[in-house]
Design a protein around this ligand. Structure first.
Ligand SMILES: [Fe+2]
Length: 263
């Protein structure tokens, strides 16, 4: 498996606090059958200093961590990526390899949990026009999505990709988030699941447990192997969007229309 979203690199953002913690996390990942880990360092996030999140700094730290992983015989390869905190003019990052998985084809974008700015559609459209597919990080955790889940199929129709956090399916962010995550899986609106692991305690790698919960409803291979691999390779992920069935079918209007032969 490939873990697409995590903060395992030590001492760069609000993720792992030490090399020891990173190695503990990665041992847990390997035990779950994860062979590749895409570190997605916070970029533009209010909790990180912008100046420290540079390509050279992250590449150097990733190389050092890979050396330690190899020294400890943990069978995992680390890849570099980032999680961009939404702000205006994201298109200015189009030539930054760290922001676009080194090929300029994808960008992982997160929003403030409590507010999605009204300009988001135009910003995402601008990225698409530059050939960059936005991957929306953990939409199940955003209040705007709780109020209107149809934003998700709209995003898919606009050419975005949806990434769920494994912890959301496991209830780590509360029952409301779990309900929304389950609904996203049920509707096949999710293309990638990532752990979004931050530490070796409550927010560790947890892909296996999440997959155990969903694999009677969906084949998880696409979500944790094939699609993450396509992002790494800069290959297109094809999405077939379906909207939820309208509840009206069970309602009184549907029944009356049905009896009148109008349905
Ligand atoms: Fe994250």
């Amino acid at each position: 498996m490939i873990d697409f979203h995590n903060h395992v690199l030590p001492n760069v953002d609000d993720g792992s606090k030490s090399l020891k913690m990173s190695l503990n996390m990665l041992k847990s990942a390997a035990a779950q059958g994860i062979t590749d880990v895409i570190n997605t360092v916070h970029y533009f996030h209010p909790k990180v200093k912008d100046g420290e999140i540079t390509l050279n700094n992250i590449l150097e730290k990733t190389g050092l961590l890979q050396n330690e992983i190899d020294k400890h015989s943990i069978p995992i390869k680390i890849h570099c990526g980032s999680e961009i905190f939404f702000r205006p003019n994201l298109v200015e990052l189009k030539n930054d390899p760290l922001a676009t998985f080194f090929h300029g084809k994808y960008m992982l974008i997160e929003f403030d949990l409590f507010q999605i700015p009204s300009t988001y559609k135009q910003e995402l459209f601008n990225l698409k026009m530059e050939g960059i597919t936005p991957i929306i990080a953990h939409p199940e955790r955003y209040q705007a999505i709780h109020r209107n889940i149809n934003i998700i199929p709209n995003l898919l129709e606009a050419g975005c990709i949806i990434q769920l956090d494994a912890g959301s399916l496991l209830g780590h962010f509360g029952s409301k988030v779990k309900l929304i995550a389950d609904r996203i899986i049920k509707n096949r609106w999710c293309q990638i699941i990532g752990s979004d692991s931050h530490n070796d305690r409550r927010r560790n790698f947890c892909l296996n447990a999440a997959i155990d919960l969903i694999n009677n409803r969906i084949d998880p291979k696409q979500l944790v192997i094939e699609n993450p691999r396509k992002v790494l390779n800069g290959e297109e992920i094809l999405v077939d969007v379906h909207y939820e069935e309208i509840k009206e079918k069970q309602g009184i209007i549907y029944q009356i229309k049905s009896k009148m032969g109008l349905k």
